[in-house]
Design a protein around this ligand. Structure first.
Ligand code: 2IP
Ligand code: CA
Ligand code: CA
Length: 376
């Protein structure tokens, strides 16, 4: 288990470096931002590159973790597919090749013969990440990898990643938008129960070095398995004046219903993963989402960390139903192993009933009581 945890943290570090590189290296940055200029073909190509950054990062994680743990083969999935259509309408398969040179050649084709970009990316993909983290080394817990499966969101909050605002002033510790909300999310769940077991959240844009303007990242992890809970973080204390974090597109009805409870401490932020991280860090007591706009790859890693710290994440619709039926014990948490049978594509893996992420049960109960009586 410690080996798998280390492998996922290492993969998240490599992913974060690739995400940083795409913003820091001129040859890649131009591809990322050059949106409104150029010909139609260019526009389409730039659109392609945004997807490519996501696809590539997911493939790197899949490759590195899969190589170390063959038991996970076929059980590492994510938001993206590795089938990539380039500006010429050709379908290409993005993959990490055996050597850096082979990967560079493949990327050269995919990137419309842009050699500097292909070589920079290939070097980042094949770099060796060395972790120096005694706390990670000290973890001793045996969970057979063949019981687990993995969800990856290579970059969550892609819009903010592309927009790239570096210094957005936080409100109550929470950045409403900007690069801070772009995260790498890697979560492992139990194949048979669907429960989240292990989560890694990497923040590639945690802080900018004022001298070099290079980004420094930070990662967090948590494990919750058969009564054992471990995390790089501490459980935040119960806050007497709770705040809630919402999507700026949350419905007016929900916002109205929550106003009496939270008053001015109704916060808004981009990025589903970032809002979950705010609850993990104690910057907000709950994240409430009434719509099915997040997916299993958004919530799996943060959910595992929340559980490791004694919190959780419930399916809002199912939890409200249970609450209203008087079944107020263990409210139904999100699970990760079963697709919605009546949906297609990514929708099969949506958290369709919405969600509530919480750290302290007391806050979850107040939210349930409030929403159950609100006219929504
Ligand atoms: C998105 C991203 C959005 C979020 C949406 C996710 O994932 O996190 O920011 O919407 O739910 O699916 P919001 O910011 O309104 O919470 P991605 O960026 O990976 O598409
Ligand atoms: Ca996402
Ligand atoms: Ca994403």
């Amino acid at each position: 288990m410690a080996a798998l945890l280390k492998s996922l943290v290492g993969a998240s570090e490599k992913a974060a470096r690739i995400a940083q590189l795409c913003r820091q290296e001129e040859a890649l940055f131009q591809l990322l931002i050059e949106e409104k200029t150029g010909t139609d073909k260019n526009k389409k190509f730039v659109q392609d590159f945004k997807t490519l950054a996501d696809v590539l990062i997911q493939e790197v994680i899949k490759h590195d973790v899969g190589k170390e743990f063959p038991e996970l083969h076929g059980h590492i999935c994510g938001e993206e597919s590795n089938q990539f259509e380039n500006s010429l309408g050709e379908t290409l398969e993005v993959q990490v090749c055996a050597t850096q040179q082979d990967t560079a050649s493949l990327l050269f084709t995919i990137l419309d013969r842009n050699r500097p970009a292909a070589e920079l990316l290939a070097a980042a993909i094949h770099q060796e990440v060395v972790l120096q983290d005694p706390a990670l080394d000290a973890v001793a817990l045996a969970i057979p990898p063949e019981r687990l499966a993995i969800w990856i969101d290579p970059i969550d909050s892609t819009n903010q990643y592309i927009r790239g605002q570096a210094s957005v002033a936080p409100i109550g510790g929470i950045c409403p938008s900007g690069l801070r909300s772009a995260l790498v999310l890697i979560g492992a769940y139990d194949r048979s129960s669907g429960d989240p077991v292990l989560g890694v959240i990497n923040e590639p844009f945690f802080q900018e070095d004022p001298l070099t303007h290079r980004w420094q990242g930070v990662y967090h992890w948590g494990i919750s398995y058969q009564g054992t809970s471990l995390s790089s973080l501490r459980r935040p204390p119960l806050c007497p004046e709770p705040s809630v974090v919402l999507s700026s597109s949350e419905t007016p009805a929900i916002q109205r219903a929550l106003r009496p409870l939270y008053g001015e401490r109704l916060r808004f932020a981009s990025g589903a993963g970032y809002k979950m991280l705010c609850v993990i860090l104690g910057l907000a007591e709950t994240y409430i989402l009434s719509e099915g706009s997040t997916f299993k790859w958004d919530s799996c890693a943060p959910h595992a960390i929340l559980r490791a710290l004694g919190g959780g994440m419930v399916d809002l619709e199912a939890a409200l139903q249970a609450w209203c039926a008087g079944q107020r014990g263990a409210l139904p948490e999100l699970t990760y192993h079963q697709p919605a049978g009546d949906a297609v594509g990514a929708e099969r893996w949506a958290n369709r009933g919405g969600l509530v992420a919480f750290m302290h049960r007391e806050h979850l109960e107040v939210v349930m009581a409030t929403l159950a009586t609100a006219a929504l």
